[in-house]
Unconditional design. Structure first.
Length: 124
């Protein structure tokens, strides 16, 4: 089946070994995201299907979903994770935030991790 690959973002110095893949791809959506690599136990991940607005991330907490359903925040352990989520947009972005940096303003701690590249739609 199709295998949509996410490319890592530039300037991601904290976690250079993180890889993100979209698996179980539906015709217009990714319903499972695999994140693997070395990350801090207190790292959070945000999935956002659309144009990134830094002002909205301060509302994200573990288990919180924005009212429009577009943004989800997860607290992840180190290792490999399978995230149950659906990324409908070809502009879906993934961001990370190290919760050890709190109580600083959370939106200043988000770092760009990856963006979905629809040109990397592979069929193995």
């Amino acid at each position: 089946g199709a295998y949509v690959k996410y490319s890592t973002g530039g300037g991601f110095g904290f976690y250079p070994n993180v890889n993100i893949s979209c698996i179980d791809v539906l015709p217009v959506a990714c319903n499972r995201v695999e994140i693997s690599g070395l990350m801090h136990p207190n790292v959070g991940v945000e999935f956002y299907n659309g144009v990134y607005d830094r002002s909205i991330t301060s509302k994200n907490r573990p288990g919180y979903t924005r009212s429009d359903g577009y943004s989800l925040y997860y607290s992840l352990p180190a290792g490999m994770w399978f995230i149950s989520d659906t990324l409908h947009s070809p502009n879906a972005h993934i961001f990370v935030q190290d919760s050890t940096l709190l109580p600083q303003d959370i939106h200043n701690t988000w770092q760009f991790l990856a963006t979905r590249d629809v040109k990397e739609n592979l069929t193995p």
